[in-house]
Write a new protein. Structure first.
Length: 313
């Protein structure tokens, strides 16, 4: 595996220990969004040489402020080495997928299930990082999920807990709102504004992956905008820290792999029992990395995922 698997943006903000503040002692309960209409998600696909588009597919979900493009190199590698179809999705309100309310895990999981059903995918593996990890767990735990659909669940550095996101995330949204309000025209100008809010250049570059540069042929959009709906994301920050199920409400007995970044606190020993309550057939592997495990250790991460999928009984 070549070094080009390293993500161009590895925001250290996601490795900081204060990103989540547990509030398990005072949980909030959220609606299941059973009546929410799913949206059609945009995606990148990697189809193996045998033309298989459905059986044994791997479906990958990015984290907050990310997109399907974060997984393009690993998607190609997974498809090539495992000889399976791989789909990297843009979750609602991210990338080029539709903007829609509500921005909840139940709604995002419904979107993913809709994608799976539209394409008749079977015996799939679900892989999600951070926010995307909570989406795949929410889908696996949904009692309405057909038993034959999901075979493997892979969660990258997140636990199924209810927690409060750091205020840093709101500050990033405010920075992006300021960029839009200033009606800037160049990437360099936007970078300078974002750098006033965040000194780590990797974080700034990561946020800039969401910009849309001006179109000279479209006078209504002649300044920099962001792909993500900023007001929606601002309103959803608390929800994104949550989780739709409490321990004991439901569980998924299938094969589950958690991959933890050793330097990250998104999974710690306090959460292990909760993880086991939800996913009794789980295993936990650790990599020498922060929260961005697949970006910091792409080769090792790839080996763990491929070995887990390939050794399915």
């Amino acid at each position: 595996m070549h070094s080009n698997l390293l993500l161009r943006s590895r925001p250290s903000c996601f490795t900081r220990q204060n990103l989540y503040r547990s509030f398990i002692s005072r949980p909030r309960y959220y609606s299941s969004d059973n009546q929410v209409k799913p949206v059609d998600l945009e995606f990148l696909e990697q189809i193996p040489e045998n033309g298989n588009r459905t059986e044994g597919a791997l479906v990958i979900l990015h984290g907050l402020f990310g997109s399907k493009r974060n997984w393009s190199s690993l998607s190609k590698a997974f498809s090539r080495d495992l000889d399976i179809p791989v789909y990297a999705l843009d979750l609602r309100n991210h990338g080029t997928s539709p903007h829609a309310l509500p921005m909840t895990y139940s709604a995002m999981a419904a979107d993913v299930l809709h994608f799976i059903q539209q394409r008749n995918l079977s015996k799939i593996s679900l892989l999600g990082h951070s926010m995307g990890g909570k989406v795949v767990m929410a889908l696996a735990l949904n009692p309405s999920l057909p038993h034959s659909v999901l075979h493997n669940l892979i969660v990258a550095d997140i636990a199924p807990i209810r927690a409060s996101l750091s205020g840093e995330f709101l500050s990033y949204i405010e920075a992006m709102k300021r960029v839009e309000s200033m009606k800037l025209r160049t990437r360099k100008e936007a970078l300078e504004v974002l750098a006033e809010y965040e000194k780590d250049p990797n974080v700034v570059l990561f946020l800039l992956t969401n910009i849309i540069t001006p179109h000279t042929s479209d006078p209504e959009h002649d300044y920099i905008r962001f792909r993500i709906p900023l007001e929606t994301m601002s309103d959803a920050i608390q929800e994104i820290g949550s989780f739709p199920y409490a321990p004991g409400e439901t569980r998924w007995d299938g094969r589950t792999l958690f991959v933890k970044g050793e330097k990250s606190k998104f999974i710690n020993h306090h959460y292990i029992q909760t993880m086991k309550d939800f996913f009794p057939n789980m295993k936990l592997d650790t990599l020498d990395a922060g929260h961005w495990v697949h970006g910091e250790r792409p080769n090792e991460f790839k080996k763990l995922v491929e070995a887990f999928i390939a050794t399915e009984p």
